[in-house]
Design a protein around this ligand. Structure first.
Ligand code: SF4
Ligand code: SF4
Length: 156
């Protein structure tokens, strides 16, 4: 009975009834699970177009909370930080497969560990989705060394 009620509630939740573009700003922002994965440096193979994630974190990322240390001013401080809300949806495919924006865009449900589903902001960490404890410091690594930090724990 409890499970049935929860399923009905989730089916009516905004992320299941609205498109990404129909969401309010607050709803849009709440979709971010706080994994921090998109704040890792990435490398693109110019020949194949394939994208590789490294574990080197943007200097503004709080590597424990996995949230941006200055979200409001991030574009001024980190020029290539992408504002997803202003990007075309074709941009979502460079996001990790776990990302809520990418999943919803492709018609996939939010995962059980997403804070909106679990009701607990900690499940993104306990499920091993976030980058907590797994990052390298951008300021200790030169651009030429990035290739050495490519990781295989972000699936596409
Ligand atoms: S990958 Fe997606 S869910 Fe994770 S921090 Fe980035 S925008 Fe948020
Ligand atoms: S500026 Fe903030 S939101 Fe942008 S990549 Fe860096 S940590 Fe992430």
């Amino acid at each position: 009975m409890d499970n049935g009620l929860a399923m009905v509630t989730e089916a009516r939740a905004f992320w299941n009834t609205k498109t990404l573009r129909e969401m309010t700003r607050v709803e849009w922002e709440s979709l971010c699970d706080g994994c921090g994965r998109c704040c890792l440096h990435k490398l693109e193979d110019v020949d194949t177009g394939l994208l590789y994630y490294t574990n080197v974190a943007c200097r503004l990322l709080d590597t424990h909370s996995c949230r941006c240390n200055n979200y409001a001013e991030r574009k001024r401080i980190v020029a290539d930080c992408l504002d997803l809300s202003q990007s075309g949806e074709d941009q979502f495919d460079w996001l990790p497969a776990s990302c809520a924006y990418r999943r919803l865009y492709h018609g996939q449900p939010l995962a059980w560990w997403h804070p909106l589903v679990s009701g607990d902001p900690g499940t993104v960490h306990t499920a091993g989705i976030s980058v907590r404890g797994r990052t390298a410091d951008e300021q200790q690594i030169s651009h030429d060394q990035l290739e050495e930090y490519i990781i295989d724990w972000i699936e596409f």
